[in-house]
Structures are given as C-alpha cells and as structure tokens.
Design a protein around this ligand. Structure first.
Ligand code: NAD
Length: 369
C-alpha cells in the first residue's frame, strides 16, 4: 500500500486530457507495486447512485469489484451482504469506518454520500491510508476541496472525482473536436442541464447538505463541458439567479441559475441549470461548423450531431467504463487518471463558487488565478 512504496519525486509534464499540459512535481513509483488483478472497492453510502449505478458497474468491471460497504442502515447492510456476497468483516458503519485501515481487501474507498459529507469521509479515508474516489461535486467549498487534495497528498493516497463522462465516447468526441479544432476555433458554447426535482424533503434541497441547488448538482456538468469542449480555463463570470416559483421547495437553495463566462481567445459560454426545467444540451459553435450533444450529460444513451452529420458512437454504461478506466490506470501506474483528479474537482469548485459570488453580488467575478 502507499506507505510501503518506493518513491521518486521529480518534475514531470503531464497531459490533463483537457488540451492543456501542466508541469508540476509528482510522485512517480519506480515500479508499480500492485500485483493484484482486481482492486477491492468499498462504497460509502448506499443510496440511489451507489445502488443503481456503481454496484451495477462493479458487477461488470474486469479489474475491480465490490469488496466492502459502509452504511448507517443495518437493513441495507444485510441486503447488500446477501446480494453481493460481501463478507461480514468488510461491512462498516459511519462510526466503525476508520477501522477500514486494517482491511487488506479494500484498496479504494468510494464516497457516495450527500455533498457536505464528502470532505469528512475523504479525510478519514486518507487517514486510513486508502485511495479515494469521491462523487461530484467534490465538496461544498473551495477551502474543503483544498483540504481534501492536501490530505490525500500528505497521506500518499490517490484522490479521484467520479467524472464518468470523461470515459464516455460522445463526450470524448466533443473533447477531440473542440480541443483539436477539427471544425475550426471554438467561438461559443451553450450548455444547459436541469430537471424537475421531486421529493421536497430530500437533501438536495437543503443547503447544509447539498452546498447549493442545481448548480452544485447538475450545473457542474455544464462547467465541465465548457472546459473540456474548449480545453481552456474561464477568465471571468457573470451570473443571475432565476425567480423562485416554488416556495415550498426552494427555501435554502436556488431554483435556477444562468451564467456567462469568457474563455481565452474570446470564447463565450452561456450556462443554465435548473431544478424546475427538464433540459440537457451542449452546443458548440466553431469557425468552420458546429457540434452538439443532446442528451448530453445523463446516463444516456447520449446522442450527438455535428455540422457534418450524425455521430455514430458506441453506447456504454458510464460507470463501468469509468471504473475500468480508473483502475486500469492505477494498476499500470499507481495513479488515478489526472483528468479526473482531486485537482480537477478543485478547479470546478472554484468556478462554481465564482458563479454563486457573481449571482450574489451582481458583479463580474475574475476566475483567472
Ligand atoms: P441518495 O440520497 O440516493 O443517497 C445518499 C446516501 O447517503 C443514502 O444512502 C443515505 O442514507 C446516506 N446518508 C448518510 N447521511 C445522510 C444524511 N445526513 N442525509 C441524507 N442522506 C444521508 O443520493 P445519491 O443520488 O446517491 O447521491 C449521492 C452522491 O452521489 C452525491 O454527491 C451526488 O451528487 C452524487 N451523484 C453523482 C451522480 C453521477 O452521475 N456522477 C449521480 C447521482 C448522484
């Protein structure tokens, strides 16, 4: 495990997979020490995403499997234990979680809890010496995100954010078309993601658990899309909160939000996110044509067209290709892919918080740092 690795730190230039390359000090292991073929993953929080997507994926992946669970509900522990044949010793609750440090079956802990709990559990996982995957948004503040990145670095463990679309073919084609300027220079991006939210009592509508409304939950996909379609980082943002039309649901989080960002080379981005409108689109206008996805961000099947015709690409189970991709990279290099790292999550957190600040103050907020 990480503490036993022989390490050699030196300055390395890596591709972020977003069209940018950065030079930064990195830890390189002289020889991958993982000889295991399948990595053991423990899911923390057995809600809808863990149950209906990640557990399904882990039954299909060839280089990782569901080795353990962490839940606060004894009935769920029983159900999952039977269904997935999980040994009793690999089942934890939120209090006993830290004992996972002694469990050799668990290589990676995957945090799938409400947003405000990510910070605590990533820090505890790092302290336990486990590599960590964390769901989006990685935290509810920039400070927390920075602490998560720092804690994992200090513990010598990997931190990845569950950005499933980076492993999805239609999204990868958008990255290629935009970043390689296949249809010319990108000039404008329109990106919208919203849905009509149900249960008024759910944690997504409580700021103390969600950190914010649709922007935190699904607007983050729009922010990601503007970054991966251009391969660039935004310079500034202006934003506006939409009206509250549903006073029962929207007492602490926004109902909808719109924002405008400028990227280098004069690229403009319009974004919109909502818990009241069903919308899921990405449209990119370039100097010699256009490309678009719709649906663009959900579990799919995604669909896309360019000014040259329909995109015919494989339809995949997003979470399966993501986990296979992350574990493949880890087994080969002892690292999670850089394009879905904690640092990537931190960049998004800075932008999300910039959008909120712009909406709150009515000012143009600089994002260039
Ligand atoms: P969910 O409400 O279905 O599950 C949340 C889980 O956390 C439940 O098991 C619940 O029991 C547990 N929990 C522990 N303490 C809690 C508390 N104080 N309040 C509420 N629940 C508590 O939510 P979900 O849809 O599974 O979302 C979990 C995380 O996964 C979120 O961060 C969300 O943004 C992320 N997510 C990501 C995707 C994706 O496509 N990447 C999709 C859905 C959700």
């Amino acid at each position: 495990m990480p503490a036993n690795h022989t390490r050699r730190a030196f300055l390395q230039t890596i591709s972020l997979g977003l069209g940018t390359t950065l030079a930064f000090p990195s830890i390189i292991h002289a020889k991958p020490s993982f000889q295991k073929k399948k990595l053991g993953i423990a899911l923390v929080g057995l809600g809808s995403y863990a149950k209906n997507q990640l557990a399904v994926a882990l039954a299909q992946t060839d280089n990782c499997y569901l080795a353990g669970i962490v839940t606060g509900t004894p009935a769920k522990a029983e159900e999952w234990k039977r269904k997935y044949n999980i040994p009793e010793k690999n089942i934890y609750n939120y209090q006993s979680f830290d004992q996972i440090a002694d469990n050799k079956d668990i290589d990676i802990v995957y945090i799938v809890l409400p947003n405000s709990m990510h910070h605590e559990f990533v820090l505890r996982a790092a302290k336990a010496g486990k590599h960590v995957m964390c769901e989006k948004p990685m935290s509810v503040s920039v400070k927390e995100a920075e602490e998560m990145v720092a804690a994992c670095k200090k513990a010598g463990v990997q931190l990845g954010i569950g950005y499933r679309l980076h492993f999805e073919p239609f999204t990868q084609e958008v990255m290629r078309l935009g970043q390689k300027k296949i249809l010319g220079d990108v000039r404008f991006v329109q990106t919208n993601f919203g849905f009509s939210i149900g249960d008024p009592t759910q944690w997504r509508l409580k700021k103390e658990l969600a950190g914010g409304g649709p922007l935190m939950d699904v607007g983050i996909y729009c922010v990601q899309a503007s970054r991966y379609a251009t391969g660039k980082e935004p310079l500034w943002v202006t934003a506006q909160l939409g009206p509250i039309t549903d006073k029962q649901r929207f007492t602490t989080v926004e109902e909808s939000i719109s924002w405008q960002m400028e990227f280098p080379d004069g690229i403009m981005v319009n974004g919109f996110s909502s818990y009241k409108s069903n919308i899921e689109q990405l449209y990119v206008s370039a100097t010699n044509g256009w490309f678009q996805l719709g649906p663009a961000y959900g579990y799919g099947p995604l669909k896309g067209r360019t000014s040259q015709g329909e995109l015919n690409l494989p339809v995949v189970h997003h979470q399966t290709v993501m986990l296979n991709g992350i574990c493949k990279e880890f087994l080969e290099n002892n690292k999670f892919p850089a394009h879905t790292s904690g640092e990537e999550g931190l960049r998004d957190m800075k932008i999300l918080m910039g959008i909120y600040e712009a909406a709150r103050t009515g000012k143009k907020i600089s994002l260039a740092s």
